[in-house]
Design a protein around this ligand. Structure first.
Ligand SMILES: [Zn+2]
Length: 284
């Protein structure tokens, strides 16, 4: 694969997630604050973004808050555990995002606006990953997604499982679908890793100095998935076949990591994310 130029890691916000959603067999009563983040890659074909965070509307939504609280009243007090890491989100809600439009706010310190991107990729249609699509559509940025993910979402992906139809019906979205491993820009390849959702994608970036990076998105939320070889705890399709796919996707990610000596980055681990925060000028 060709090489990209440099990589930035953008944290848009965080969400309070049960360990049972992140890990098969995880404790449903044990919650982590998990980061919402994207990988921004400069390539010879322009800026490419992998994952877009949650929309401001959904950070503010009482219905979204209700879903995070498992259907409990949105006013129910949270069972707070101490959180030692930065950022430390406010304790009164289950999601937290950068001020204003989190995607715009995350790009701003780099001197970029959404319209400066050549392509955005959405790993899957959970609202904590696809919430920037409306902003990107308005800015004229094409959005890549797996064809199976788009078809499945359009068939009626349920709100109460974390899917917001506004993310796949945003007016004017320029969809760019993939259905196999695809190098979408020099040094940026998409790896189909289904199971968590039917068309889930991971992203493999190759840089000139630091080499191979693999961003797994929700194929593995936490380092623990990778350390213990445990698939994601939630398969939106809900069948045994989906769970089998999640296991196969985990095996593919680990195999590709061995082959390329990749820096393997799980999708929602604040410890890992803090450790890979980019230096001035980005990772190269
Ligand atoms: Zn997800």
């Amino acid at each position: 694969m060709a090489t990209a130029k440099r990589l930035f890691v953008l944290q848009y916000g965080a969400e309070r997630v049960s360990k049972a959603l992140s890990l098969v067999g995880g404790d449903p009563e044990h919650y982590y604050w998990e980061p919402l983040f994207g990988a921004l890659v400069e390539t010879d074909a322009g800026w490419v973004l992998f994952d877009t965070g949650m929309s401001r509307a959904n950070h503010e939504s009482a219905e979204v808050e209700r879903v995070y609280r498992g259907g409990e009243a949105a006013t129910e007090p949270l069972d707070e555990r101490p959180w030692h890491l930065r950022p430390s989100p406010p304790a009164d809600r289950c999601t937290w995002g950068l001020p204003g439009d989190p995607l715009v706010a995350a790009l701003a310190p780099l001197g970029l606006q959404p319209g400066d991107l050549s392509l955005a990729v959405v790993s899957h249609f959970h609202w904590d990953h696809s919430g920037g699509i409306a902003t990107l559509a308005a800015a004229g940025v094409p959005v890549a997604v797996h064809a199976d993910e788009l078809a499945w979402a359009r068939s009626g992906a349920p709100f109460d499982a974390g899917f917001d139809a506004r993310d796949w019906t945003a007016p004017g979205t320029q969809w760019q679908t993939v259905d196999a491993e695809t190098e979408v820009a020099p040094g940026v390849a998409l790896l189909p890793t289904p199971g968590h959702t039917p068309g889930h994608l991971s992203c493999w970036v190759t840089l000139p100095g630091t080499g191979s990076w693999i961003f797994t998105a929700d194929a593995t939320d936490l380092a623990q998935n990778l350390l213990d070889d445990v698939p994601c705890g939630s398969c939106a399709g809900g069948t045994a076949a989906d769970e089998q796919q999640a296991e196969e996707s985990l095996a593919l990610l680990l195999a590709r990591t061995r082959e390329t000596d990749a820096r393997l980055i799980p999708g929602h681990d604040q410890v890992v994310l803090n450790a890979i925060r980019h230096p001035p000028g980005g990772h190269r």
